[in-house]
Design a protein around this ligand. Sequence first.
Ligand SMILES: Nc1ncnc2c1ncn2[C@@H]1O[C@H](COP(=O)(O)OP(=O)(O)OP(=O)(O)O)[C@@H](O)[C@H]1O
Length: 266
Amino acid sequence: MPALAPLADAAPPVLEARRLTLDYVTEAGSVRAVENVDFSVGAGERLVLLGPSGCGKSSILKALAGFIPATSGTVLVRGHPVSGPGPDRIVVFQEFDQLLPWKTVRDNVAFPLRIARKLSRREAEARAEGAIARVGLTRALDAFPHALSGGMKQRVAIARALATDPDVLLMDEPFAALDALTRRQLQEDLLKLADELGFTLVFVTHAIDEAVLIGTRLHLLSPHPGRTLTTRDTAHLGLADMGTPAFESLTREVHTLLFGSERGHV
Ligand SMILES: Nc1ncnc2c1ncn2[C@@H]1O[C@H](COP(=O)(O)OP(=O)(O)OP(=O)(O)O)[C@@H](O)[C@H]1O
């Protein structure tokens, strides 16, 4: 019988937070935003950070991106401690102004490829056009951001992130400022892209239905300062399950866990 490989040889998770604690230093003193949060995200998983306003969701995402340092604990990408931002982790924000206003859609997506991936102009543009096609915006290749709707801008931001082929995609309430119909369309498109490309995602939201829909796992956080409450596996619930008793029952359960009463949104 072949010997089992020792556990130490197993590939590390794509992303890990170990006893992550985050403080902000202000004039009034130190503010603890997040305390002792642990999670790990495997390849192709979609982890959703969910919790009430101010519980530290965005702070965790910033620490994963390497924008802010851990006060204690560690963030690891494939087993290597994170000490700053890197092209292996790309963030999509909520704000519509994350694109460069003086560059066309094509150039907004191509530019980081030339900088981060050191591609030639021709290679970067070809790759950018492929990513823009994936989000259904080929008709807007030569448009400037001011001529795009909010939903189109978010699609460009997603194309720009995916084009660099990051190890992890980090999304901070990317659809929160969109109207309900556009939001649903982008959620569906994101899930379709995840199916096609199998990327690893950490997604921040305070909408419980969005969390259950997008995530394969939910990581629930307590009110400020954010500590882990519990986790829920949601990989079995997708678009086709919205409105079903199983989907609604999980949504209610999560609301009760977070707030002690039943409602759909935080
Ligand atoms: N730059 C900062 N300086 C000082 N305190 C900060 C800073 N950024 C965030 N905080 C504090 O850290 C805590 C967590 O904030 P954070 O934005 O991470 O929460 P959040 O869960 O993403 O909130 P929301 O859902 O409202 O966006 C809050 O108490 C906030 O006031």
